[in-house]
Ligand binder design. Sequence first.
Ligand code: M6R
Length: 613
Amino acid sequence: MCGIVGYIGEKDASQVLVKGLKRLEYRGYDSAGVALMNGKMMIEKGKGKVSNLEKKIDTKKLIAKIGIGHTRWATHGEPNDINSHPHVSESGNIAVVHNGIIENYNSLKKKLELRGRTFKSATDTEIIAQLLEEIYTTTKGITFEQAIQLTLKQIVGTYGIAVVSLDQQDKVYVARKGSPLLLGIGDNEMFIASDASPIVEYTNKVIYLDDGEMAVVTKDSYKVKTIEDVELTKEIHELEMGLEAIEKAGYPHFMLKEIFEQPRSIGDCMRGRINPEEGTIQLGGLRDVMDELVNAKRIVIAACGTSWHSALVGEYIFEYLARTPVEVEYASEFRYRDPLIGKGDVLLVISQSGETADTLAALREAKERGALVLGICNVVGSTISRETDAGVFTHAGPEIGVASTKAFTAQVVVLIMMAIKIAMEKGEITKKKAKKLIQELDSIPEKVDQILQECDEPIQKIAKMFTYAPNFLYLGRSYNFPVALEGALKLKEISYIHAEGYPAAEMKHGPIALIDEMMPVVVIAATKHTNDKTISNIEEVKARKGRILSVMNDDNKDVKELSEFSIQIPTTKDYFSPLLTVIPLQLLSYYIAVNRGCNVDQPRNLAKSVTVE
Ligand code: M6R
């Protein structure tokens, strides 16, 4: 959602903040702003990208060693200059940046208006600055820290906030409930950020704040306590990621870099976990809960977006290999229908960011009802990874492009490893079969690399033919039905072309009415056990003059003959095929979006990590 950054130390704060905001821009990019203090409060903010903000900041006028910054994804109030953060109190002495939603802002606003306060913006955030000032200036003997605690106690909703005040020029105050915040500990300097990307350049020592916690940060100290004023000793974590992981490395976009990183990210995800020679799988994060997993009567998987698509792939694979019933839920729907989940059930949540509010809410709901809660996450230290009982990290490395690519393949790899492991433990597959599967899994990075090398150019040509198509249909069967959904999602997200994914056979129950000579139909025809049926579906499309673009195994002559364009990929086991078939679809949507002049890494209206429900 929004990105928060803060700095206090000896450097020029505006430069640290702007650089940090650029790194956080994938979280939201409607508008950006900073508050800097050097004897007075200086606010610079406005609609648009961080680069616009950078141009506005006159470094000659704005030399400060303390400040906070924000890049916004609008929830309350349209993106414009006034609604941009930071928001200041009536006197201008207090500045606040905020990520989250204040649900009772209307009633608080009315009360404050009755006390004579005037509001400038249409945001819920301004309420924090105004209420804080009201409490601080009208409550006798109160410290600024206590005023923040009292303010937060009146607020209903979620927040990650950073606050600076002219009365406290050597401190930044931060607090969290529902929106991630971490502190970076430098040498005589401290950093604050929504995630590690703005910090990693300066220090690898971080502290993750938990919900209900706040911190008072000076350049050489930090004090963490609860909003109820209980002092805490927090563990200092070491960041493992390097700066190169969050830079484009010569690629024009993060998305393309992340697509091309997949041979490595898939390999990293399996490294140390599979042993192809011995035919074994070790998932250290699940060791303590393996018995419960093996004996689970069913597994419920909850996720959103692309992670939900990987969950669907997982459903097919778990049921086929491990013979464990699986239900896949939209995390956003799960908690609102009084879910039948409790003791003896397993909820598996999947999230790249580990911060998605809907997924987190599903996790908490299931935990409260007594279920074992497991997670598959990419971001180490994320809220979901810390609140689950056990889990597996995908180790795909930072994913910056808003459209998820390498996270999907890594999630599917984890699900495959889990399914094989459970199948072995349950005795559903023999050791010999498991070994064969693990050896095939081990060959996937090489096959992905082959696809990237051989298909990139042909896909660029195909993309040119379809750049201005107004609609797309994606069809797939079995393990590749979720890939059809994922291909369609990628295209809509970044090129704004309307696209729908469907199970190939379901097409004749409705979407077939859409097909005419203008309709490109992407058919994922790489699942051998449904090949004949898929061919029939292709014939149905052709009979209505639809244009077939197929993703198929390189030995599939029948499909090739029926296709106007075909993208050929190496063969693998049917249940591993999503790891290969998704790659051409990622590239296709990327090149179409680039041809249309779209902002691939930061598509309109979207944010990388959706931390509001
Ligand atoms: O971080 P998460 O995996 O929980 O995010 C879930 C979705 O918001 C995410 O996959 C979204 O759909 C992406 N933009 C897809 O490309």
